[in-house]
Design a protein. Sequence first.
Length: 383
Amino acid sequence: MADFMQPNPRLAGLLHPNGEPIRLNKQKFVAVDRQGDAQYQASYRPQALYNRAEHGFHANNEAFLLHEVATNLPIYREDTGPTDFHLHLPPGGFQLVLVTSGVFTFDYDGNIFYVGPGAVMLQSAIVHRQLFYTWSGMSTADNLKTPQSIVPDALTMGYSGKFIEAFVTDPTTFPNPTIVGAGQINEYETARTAWSHPLHDRPAGAGFWVQDPLSLEALYKPLSEATPGVPIQSDSTVYLRDLGLKAPSGHLVTGHIIATDPRGQSLLPKSACDAADLNDFGEAEVTMYRVIRGFATFKDFEGKTLELVAGDVVTAGPASIDLVKIGDDTQILRLGLMSGMNNLRRWTPTQRDAVDGLAGEIISHKEARPRRTDGKQIGYLYG
């Protein structure tokens, strides 16, 4: 692989997007995407089927895209397998991955992460690839029906790999350059190499973030009855997990899991500390709920009741919706989109194409590590 040590003069003027501003929809609105209407498409790779929350995306001025990615083909085929080394450059440097079934291996900036259900990763503008994923061998119809979870139990880990993914704006509208093609990867050299580069548009303080579902910071805390808006109607205790997204996202997004145990069981890993803190909930301009499993009832600003089941997504503007009831063995992803997103701009088509065309030329630093799992990350997000 060539060693690009000097900044490329063609990068001038491309350090930040300069297109139209991104604007969250601050009006009262509610948009629902139903799992029953899902259109799974192999948009980018044959083994990955994408189910986009299109209604919420368009209702929110196309500012934020949430979709499910379902692995649907074995890894050993010629047209599937590990991906190339690439990076994503969404406005704000925001890409979220929440694994909901199966097992994946990712290489971020030369460091290997083995992740299963409940693992959260927040990253962008880091050279990365997907190395491994599980595939159940089921038909497409059966595979898409397998249950998902944010708890790494043996059953869910045995299914095909699935994850929920989110970007600021649509991935087709910002640069996604391939740095090293799959056919050019030297496993003894390329994968031990980390890079830094100047192309980014991230808020101050944003950085790389991984949260293990069994770590102390990921433990579930009970919702207190004294908290405004609580208790949510439920036959059992409602718990909250803070995904820790606010700081590493540069105060663009907050993330939580709202969940209950199965009846008569204790599935969620719990904390014996104080009750959950809901202060971050009030900072959202727009809120998204994605039911991962179970069912929930919401009430919109007009008093209309909405029943959501696994796979459904609701996107709502300020003071537009409340979660009022949650069933047993239910897990809900809640994302709060914050006002900082309004400070971002979109990439213009010309900028996007220019960066995609540069591909490997954006590399400005090269460093081989003795071991792939050791050493300080040197991507710009860590500097």
